[in-house]
Design a protein around this ligand. Structure first.
Ligand code: 13P
Ligand code: SF4
Length: 308
């Protein structure tokens, strides 16, 4: 079966099953093309809630499908690939959060959406890279835990300005293996090769990159900055899958990556064939136990409220 035939089959199955297909910018371009909506983690969570379809099929890693299920308990949610995980999501567990709580009595737990449902169930609020600073600024508590990503944690802390003196920010030491590799040295080399390019990086990047960055933000923020800028060249400090949308938005602009691989292997496990099989055979449905559903949905719903 060729690509066009598989796409045709997906379109038919999508209608038959009344499914909404959501995709993250890091998955293969073919998947982005058949999706009903492509976005960053925050936009995808909002789309999942706004949908009136019977089922949601997620082209992304496990925490994204789990989050869609937590926000839509009455809908069936499916993952295109059940073995696509975000390694950072497993760098903290509920038991670690409970240990932190023993150390700080009034601890307010801010958990990146890149986390398991089990971890979310121990958290006060979830954030994504596009709403984290806004949400943390609204928190009244003195002791605030930012987890699991240390780099997003440092980024949030660097943007808190005045309110920082009243807050004690505790940062867990998880990280994204893809973004952690971006360092000052790597970006300096890229800047030397492309001196006229603007540097756009994701906040999961190592903080040593901040001084060299012209923009730090979510995948959607990087896309918006590249689209709206008068500059014609950009060094991109995030996963390579974003190139598909960058080129779609601005076909005449030039986008460079660094000498690093910049590839999220888990996102690359997804294929058109797997999406077709998932739709056709109802594969990889997301199930969460009742207690986790109840507890883990609270911080996600709070995120949607506070990000408004
Ligand atoms: P965004 O929310 O910015 O799309 O980031 C998700 C992610 O996994 C980044 O590595
Ligand atoms: Fe997780 Fe990093 Fe992949 Fe994003 S790029 S899904 S943070 S491993």
């Amino acid at each position: 079966m060729n690509k066009e035939e598989i796409v045709q089959e997906i379109e038919e199955l999508k209608l038959k099953k009344n499914a909404l297909i959501l995709a993250h910018y890091y998955v293969d371009g073919d998947l982005q093309d058949v999706a009903d909506f492509v976005g960053d983690s925050y936009a995808l969570a909002k789309k999942a809630v706004a949908s009136n379809k019977d089922r949601i099929v997620f082209c992304g890693v496990k925490f994204m499908g789990e989050s869609a299920k937590l926000l839509n308990p009455d809908k069936r949610v499916f993952l295109v690939e059940k073995n696509a995980f975000c390694p950072m999501a497993d760098m903290i567990h509920g038991s670690d959060i409970e240990e932190y709580k023993k150390q700080y009595e009034d601890l307010y737990v801010v958990t990146y959406i890149n986390s398991t449902a089990e971890t979310k169930a121990h958290s006060d609020v979830c954030v994504t890279s596009s709403n984290a600073v806004k949400i943390v600024k609204k928190i009244q508590a003195k002791n605030i835990l930012l987890c699991p990503d240390k780099n997003l944690g440092y980024f949030i802390k660097s943007r808190l300005e005045d309110s920082l003196s009243e807050k004690n920010i505790i940062i867990h030491d998880g990280y994204c293996p893809v973004h952690e590799e971006f360092s000052k040295e790597v970006l300096e080399k890229a800047k030397k090769d492309h001196p006229n390019a603007l540097v756009l990086i994701h906040p999961e990047s190592n903080p040593s990159c901040y001084p060299l960055a012209d923009y730090i933000g979510s995948t959607s923020g990087i896309l918006k900055t590249a689209r709206e800028s008068d500059c014609q060249e950009f060094i991109i400090g995030t996963e390579r899958g974003i190139l598909y949308q960058l080129q779609k938005d601005s076909p005449d602009k030039k986008f460079y990556f660094t000498d690093l691989k910049q590839t999220c292997e888990d996102m690359k496990k997804l294929t058109l064939e797997k999406l077709r099989d998932c739709l056709r055979d109802d594969l990889n449905e997301v199930f969460l136990d009742e207690e986790t559903m109840e507890k883990a949905s609270v911080p996600l719903k709070r995120m949607l409220e506070l990000a408004e």
